[in-house]
Design a protein around this ligand. Structure first.
Ligand SMILES: Nc1nc2c(ncn2[C@@H]2O[C@H](COP(=O)(O)OP(=O)(O)OP(=O)(O)O)[C@@H](O)[C@H]2O)c(=O)[nH]1
Ligand SMILES: [Mg+2]
Length: 322
């Protein structure tokens, strides 16, 4: 007959076995993270606000069928603000027919959104700079369109790392997120693009970044490339009689001419993630953006791909051996 005992039920179970019987048993998968949660203090459980780290992303992708979006942009082009805006939009309700289901990085989203909106004393709200010392981190978003549920992970890292990789291609190996990309988004700052003092250099540098990544084959051939023209609110007013929209359209057409036949699906979209300078513009292009990012791809074609530039592969083989 079993008698009721107080204490740990697991130890009760073990009491029914001899030590020799239990020692050799496989304990099964133990969830280490369960032991790492912060202890309750005053009945408040703290939740971590970390992103999915580089070493955790492979396991996450193995467990879930996800779309991986990689954000690339110089410093202050609006990468983190875009992520904050995504969260902010889902807080208000469905976005373009997509409903929010969940997120493994909810606290990180909330923190970015809070920081993007705070500091009312500043002329413009600002997110803290993503530090070059931080490795890449991934945000997670699970959304639903009717019966179809999709998982999206989005990388965020410091713009300085991309700037360094543009001028020194040996640093491209460090952009580990690119190998996982289903979609690579290059953020193009509309304000810098149309500013007379900065536009010349910025136009050249922006193309140079895409060219460096495409020519060094660090973007998977199956990935879609999109250029996201950010901060449209800042160029919506007429400036010194110039038609800023037409100037941007001209550059966008140049990009499509130059990269449209590089072997990738290549598109340009205008977005506004923080319509501060022209409130009427609203969150331009954000619904469409979420729709594209969460779209479920067709089943992957696993047939071996033909090799088009075999000589370049031979060129690179010493790198693999070294
Ligand atoms: N007016 C306006 N400002 C924006 C918009 N998007 C971003 N910003 C501002 O641009 C600045 C830089 O934005 P971030 O999102 O921090 O840029 P980032 O690309 O993450 O920069 P790093 O972390 O340094 O690589 C912030 O002050 C934002 O408030 C926008 O759509 N409109
Ligand atoms: Mg940032």
């Amino acid at each position: 007959m079993m008698t009721a005992k107080s204490g740990n039920p697991a130890s009760e179970d073990n009491d029914l076995y001899e030590a020799a019987e239990t020692d050799g048993l496989d304990p099964g998968d133990i969830d280490d993270s369960a032991g790492q949660t912060s202890p309750d203090a005053d009945d408040v459980t703290l939740r971590p606000n970390t992103l999915i780290p580089e070493h955790g992303i492979f396991g996450f992708r193995n467990r879930n069928r996800v779309q991986t979006v990689v954000l690339i942009g110089e410093q202050k082009t609006g990468k983190t603000t875009l992520l904050a805006a995504l969260y902010g939009l889902f807080c208000k309700g469905p976005v373009g027919g997509l409903e929010f289901v969940g997120s493994q990085t909810l606290c990180s989203f909330a923190e970015r959104n809070h920081l993007a909106m705070m500091r009312p004393d500043r002329t413009a709200p600002t997110t803290p700079r993503t530090s070059i010392a931080d490795a890449v981190g991934y945000f997670h978003l699970k959304v639903r369109n009717g019966e179809t549920v999709s998982d999206v992970i989005i990388s965020d890292r410091s713009g300085e790392t991309f700037e360094a990789a543009r001028v020194d291609t040996s640093l491209m190996d460090r952009l580990t997120e690119l190998a996982l990309a289903d979609r690579v988004c290059f953020l193009l700052d509309a304000a810098r693009l149309t500013n007379i003092a900065t536009r010349h250099g910025y136009r050249r540098i922006f193309k140079q970044t895409i060219r460096a990544l495409v020519d060094n084959d660090v973007i998977p051939k199956t990935a879609v490339i999109e250029v996201l023209v950010t901060k449209i609110d800042r160029v919506s007013r007429e400036r010194e009689g110039r038609d800023l929209s037409a100037e941007m359209a001209e550059y966008e057409a140049e990009l499509i001419r130059e990269f449209g036949d590089s072997g990738y699906t290549f598109n340009v979209h205008r977005i506004c993630a923080l319509p501060r300078a022209a409130v009427k513009i609203g969150f331009l292009g954000m619904e469409e953006l979420v729709g594209r990012w969460a779209s479920t791809p067709a089943d992957a074609d696993i047939a071996p791909r033909p090799v088009y530039d075999a000589l370049r592969y031979i060129d690179r083989s010493p790198n693999l051996w070294s």
